[in-house]
Structures are given as C-alpha cells and as structure tokens.
Design a protein around this ligand. Structure first.
Ligand code: ATP
Length: 249
C-alpha cells in the first residue's frame, strides 16, 4: 500500500518546550490509524500541524505525494484532508439535514451559498439523507442541531465531516463522553467508510484503538514510541512501560 500521508521529521516547540520532536510516520490509503499516548504527549499538536492550524518548526508533510506544508487549512480540506470539528462548527439554529447538506454542497464546490440551483440542492439533500439513514438518525433530520442530545451532536460532527468526502478524516476523541452503545455505532460508521476514506483517530480509550484501528502510533513526550499493529503495540515493552502499564496500574 502506498502512503497517503507522510509525516517526515516533524517538530514543534512552544517557547523552550518541545511538544513534538522529530516525528516520522506514514498513513496508508484505506487504513485506520490510531494515535494514542498519555496526556500532553502531543497528539493534538500533531493533528494541528497535519491540518494546517499550526506550522511545524521542522520537517515536512506530504499528502498523496505532494508537499502540503505551505497550504492553508481550507486548501488542505479541498484536497480531502478533513478534520471533524466539534460543536462550534455546526450551525445550531439550522436543522441537522441542512447542516450535513451544506457540507455536501461545499464538497460539490458550491460553498455555503444557498442559491446553487435545484439539482445541486437535491443532490446535497440526498447525500444528507443517505448519511442520516446510515447513522440511524433519519428521524432527527429536521431537528435543530441545538436541540440534539450530546451523542447525536457528536454523530452530527462525523456525518458533516463525511459529507465533505474526505480522503483522510482526522478525528480527535470522537467517542469522548458517549455511552458505550453510541460509541459503538459511531465507530461502526467510521469503519464502514474505510475503503475510500483513511482515518486518523486520537483516542484516550485504548480498547477503542485496539478494536477499531489497523495500526496504532504511540506518542510519548512528543516522540513516536512505536507504530505497529494493535497486537505488536500491546506487546511493545516501551509502550507498556510508558503508557499501558500505567493504565493497568
Ligand atoms: N499553544 C500552546 N502553547 C503552549 N503549550 C502548548 C500549546 N499547545 C499545546 N501545548 C503543550 O504541548 C503539550 C502537548 O499538548 P497536546 O495537546 O498536543 O497533547 P495531547 O497528547 O493531545 O494531550 P491530551 O491527551 O491531554 O489532549 C502539552 O504539554 C501542552 O501543554
């Protein structure tokens, strides 16, 4: 499998503090890659550099073979590198279907414009309905996002991101605060979209990473401890010492 994303020797300092040091990893087309590590390990900082919200001090990033270091976040989204945003990115006063349809229209190149022609509107609404049915949320299609329960809003975040048809979807703690059955449903949808969409998933819940990911990258103190299959990561002595051992204690 060829690499869809290549992170090469990336580093980021905040003043004297090295939040990320010399991280090199690749993400392959179609895979779900977990990103785990203790609090403060640098997971979100790495996400922010991949998505263009933070500029690395060192190293380079390639997406689908092309350098993306100089691209703004919106330009990276246009190439298919999409991050699932939390609540503030939704339009809370609008219906759930409308929120998803707007993302579908954005993917179709019509931005947030309301007046894109009847055909574009219909296609976006169809895409929204398809995603809502897949998530079992069709009965909430007309509900205002502000009125959705917490778990439904997290699912809405995911559906909006999927409506942008990502080639790489970056998810930061998508199951945080969800009931186990909600988390299972959300992960099932993430897994179902695997074939056309690669996923990078930050999670504190290691059992989720082990169950849902093809490979797992472990960060500790800003450095990559290992990148391997779940079974190999679980057996890795340095990971057990730095992270899993502490969790088991
Ligand atoms: N803008 C910033 N300015 C200064 N320090 C920062 C900044 N952003 C992150 N840090 C520090 O960098 C380190 C890595 O933070 P980061 O949020 O990337 O870790 P994380 O692995 O995502 O942690 P968590 O699991 O707790 O979310 C932390 O020590 C954090 O305090």
């Amino acid at each position: 499998m060829t690499a869809l994303l290549q992170v090469e020797g990336v580093g980021k300092r905040f003043g004297e503090f090295a939040a990320i040091s010399d991280v090199t990893l690749d993400l392959r087309g179609g895979e779900t890659l977990g990103l785990i590590g203790p609090n403060g390990a640098g997971k979100t900082t790495l996400f922010n550099m991949i998505t263009g919200f933070l500029k690395p001090d060192a190293g380079s990033l390639r997406f689908d073979g092309a350098a993306i270091d100089r691209l703004a976040p919106a330009q990276r989204v246009a190439r298919g590198l999409v991050r699932s945003f939390q609540k503030p990115m939704l339009f809370p006063a609008l219906a759930l279907r409308e929120n998803i349809a707007m993302a579908a229209r954005q993917h179709a190149g019509r931005g947030l414009s309301w007046w894109g022609g009847a055909r574009a509107t219909r296609a976006a609404n169809d895409e929204a309905d398809r995603l809502l049915i897949e998530a079992g949320l069709q009965h909430r299609a007309e509900a205002r996002v502000a009125d959705l329960a917490y778990g439904e809003q997290r699912m809405a975040d995911l559906l909006i991101a999927l409506a942008l048809r990502p080639r790489l979807l970056l998810l930061d703690e998508p199951t945080a605060g969800l009931a186990p059955d909600e988390a299972r449903r959300l992960l099932a949808i993430i897994r179902r979209h695997d074939e056309g969409t690669s996923v990078m998933l930050i999670t504190h819940e290691v059992e989720i990473a082990f169950a849902a990911c093809d490979r797992i990258a472990v960060l500790n103190l800003g450095r990559l401890l290992c990148l391997d299959t779940p079974a190999a990561v679980q057996a890795h002595p340095a990971v057990r010492e730095a992270y899993l051992g502490a969790l088991a204690a």
